[in-house]
Design a protein around this ligand. Sequence first.
Ligand SMILES: Nc1ncnc2c1ncn2[C@@H]1O[C@H](COP(=O)(O)OP(=O)(O)OP(=O)(O)O)[C@@H](O)[C@H]1O
Length: 963
Amino acid sequence: MADNRYKNPPPDASANRPAEGRPAPAPRANAPRPAAEPVPAARPPRPAATNQPRAAKAAAVRPPRAPRGPVPGVAALKGLVRDRRFHLFIGFGLLLGSLYLTIAFTSFLFTGHADQSVVAALGTIPTKEAGQESGNWLGLLGAWAAQVFIYKLFGVAAFALIPIVFFLGYKIVFRKAAGSVSYVLALGLFTMAWLSVLLGYVVVALGAPAPGTDPALAHRLDFLCGGVGFEAASWLSSLIGWGTVLLLAFVLISFVVFFFNVTTLNLGFGRWAVQAEAAEDAELTAEIEAAEAAQARPPEPVPVPKTTPTATARPALQLTSAEDTEASEDASAPAEFEPAPRPAAGLALSVAGPLAGAQAAAPGLAAAVPLLVAGPAFTVEVPVAEPEVAFTAPVATVPTPLSLADLADGPPALSTKHPASGTSLEITVPSRADLDPSAGADIAAVADEDADADVMPDVNYDPTLDLARYQYPTLELLNDYGAPKAQVTKEELEANKDRIVETLGHYGIAIASIKATIGPTVTLYEIVPEAGVRISKIKSLEDDIALSLAALGIRIIAPIPGKGTIGIEVPNAKKEMVSIRSVLGSEKFARTEMDLPIAFGRTITNEVFVADLAKMPHLLMAGATGQGKSVGLNVILASLLYKRHPAQLKFVLVDPKKVELSIFNKIERHYLAKLPDTDEPIITDTKKVVHTLNSLCMEMDRRYDLLKEAGCRNLKEYNAKFVLRKLNPKKGHRYLPFIVLVIDELADLMMTAGKEVETPIARLAQLARAIGIHLIVATQRPSVNVITGIIKANFPCRISFKVTSKIDSRTILDTGGADQLIGQGDMLFSAGSDLIRVQCAFIDTPEVDRVCAFISEQQGYSDAYLLPEVAGAEGDEGSGQDAGDPAERDAMFEEAARCIVLHQQGSTSLLQRKLKLGYNRAGRLIDQLQHAGIVGPFEGSKARDVLVPDEYQLEQLLNSMPK
Ligand SMILES: Nc1ncnc2c1ncn2[C@@H]1O[C@H](COP(=O)(O)OP(=O)(O)OP(=O)(O)O)[C@@H](O)[C@H]1O
């Protein structure tokens, strides 16, 4: 019987299916879809009205209301405002406007006086004539604009208007710019107003009836301040006289202090840390709650990038010790620390106040080093006790470690090696010679052994500061298929209802009432049977009803949980595609406070279905080939990308099929985690999968240790405590991002690696929930040798797309039903006892590509988030056996040895930086150096010991080695 069903698809069941794997945008109307459309029962034993839902009853007495649609004019206006072409039109207009103002204003400086009479006569003489007389390079309009802005309003300070207009245009056209609109507006407008009043005072003072002043000169110079500046200054001058200068100075200082959040003063001959008294700490638990609440606050679907510096954005900063340098590369120490007490020998470092442009100047440096870095700017000061060299630089987002040579190169400096989360600016000055930028040496990672380890700053740690300018992807990147439209006609509803009633009638089941709820893929007919009808009887007729309705995908829910009714889900003849844009743009998703929200799609009642991966805490997905698994995975990943900052979330992507997830390669430096010394962040090789899983287990163990030390029960508590700076990074604490492991095809891995993958997966699934590691495992074949008992037991949350047999459905969901789904993203979501039918949202590959490109075009970390190294995890060549073979020794072996001994740091990243090597080669070199007895063995996040104390001994050792 089941076979017959497959042979009898509804005549136009596939009529609206997308061709070639892409859904065609269906025509939409604006009419809202009824959530529940009552259909009168064919044989109602009681008056129909008594069984109708309350809303239907109300509708019966109320006169019918005309459907409310959007006012056409408003809709058209909204459409225009959202139209990218309109944005470009405005943006380019502003850019050209800024150019126009530049020319007009500049011309005013030469021709303004002559043009004054022309502009004044406007309206009294013909425009053409006035235009011919105007001397402005941009004609009459240019003369008029300059006259208004410079002469009548702000004087030469009106030039500040130009960068504002340019910035707005640039931001609109290119969708990104260094700084937020409010930041630039505030700075520009203040500059304009302040300068105008200052110059106004000068002009007023020059024209004042006092000895030495010259009213004629003042008259000639009044264009400097414009009307506004002149009037304001005159008023102030008559009120407070020369006190105006003091007032202006005070206003300027106040603006600088508040706008740039200045908390530390350094005048070169000493340092005063002007810091507010730290308020008494409130009860720790209360703070944690507050921080949790703040962290849980979700960004809007199109969040505003955090570019305006905030109090936490410009903290003071303290150095770590040279010995700690390598360790901190992994330890992800946060960037904000209290300025350390001046170290006995070495450096003190402070960070304060955003400054836009950038120059690093240092007495003792060969030349000023331009710093072209992005991000909220800091002033970095590095007074060096010995040798006597000071280094002052306004820099932005601070890479770790920061090398002078890198800085001189501008933005690429940001791609120096960096622990993926929470980072500190580390500056090391190994020797005076290294301070010479021409030598390309590092002002690098440092070291203040004497710094008080327990001094903690009083500003909260913000993990997102490393990428403070990061902008979440916008909804515009996703296809707009318009508003959803009901696809089910009245006739279809009536016909299905009649057939259900008739079929049930054949088996002697009488129906009291029947109600239809139209979903995107299926319509739910809710039946209230006559009193005395046994529910199990209806359930047993499932196949017969399906056959008589001649449609696939009939699912009978008897009874509907929480209701005394029976549900029959019948596929719609024309199914509706649920666009990812509509679910990610929904109010529900925008407002969710979940940690890892996933907007899967829409339920049968058309509600957006959002679930929290952090609560699941792992997800098992199954579905026969071509039923929507890959799209489902992309929906999951996209949902998380739209909600979490790169500092808060990392993905480990395992893709044995090699092609499904490769599209996410682009976001490596933002969102991906990988093993050290691997080039490809997306793992396709089974051997690497095993290493990665073991590495994740190590990361899990480490995180548990950290939690234990911090006295926290879970990641949320731990991070909240870290944000409040209750945990000292010097003791290894760091902000812990969520890690989501995605395995696209488990069957493949189980076949090739079996227990080797099953054991770590089970271990992670059992233990990782508290420390923020979550697993999403997908498989085509939900057979028992793939989804083994141990895996299944640890994945309470499961999704099934259509599977080919009832047995598969039972394997994945512990119940039938998934075999009755209709494909193309039709899915069942099971969490414990609940089973929810959801039409998965659709995201096309180009959409994913656009989202990834949008992210990857922004400043990222210097590398992917590095997982702990596991023994034998490096490339086969570098993993050991050949490490000691002189013939196999790398050509740069000796150079690497000298570099390591010189810096006394046994680290792969040092070799990468200094010798400009890739991960694999540097890793191989470290192995060979270990074999040669130059560095010690791998010690987790700490740098390896360097076993040779100086270059002399190294040369001796190298000479004694077999060539
Ligand atoms: N949510 C959806 N809405 C509409 N159509 C969908 C949806 N999901 C999938 N489809 C359609 O089904 C096709 C196959 O989907 P998908 O590639 O996700 O299948 P799959 O289960 O991953 O297959 P395989 O395991 O072979 O990779 C898509 O190209 C698309 O046309």
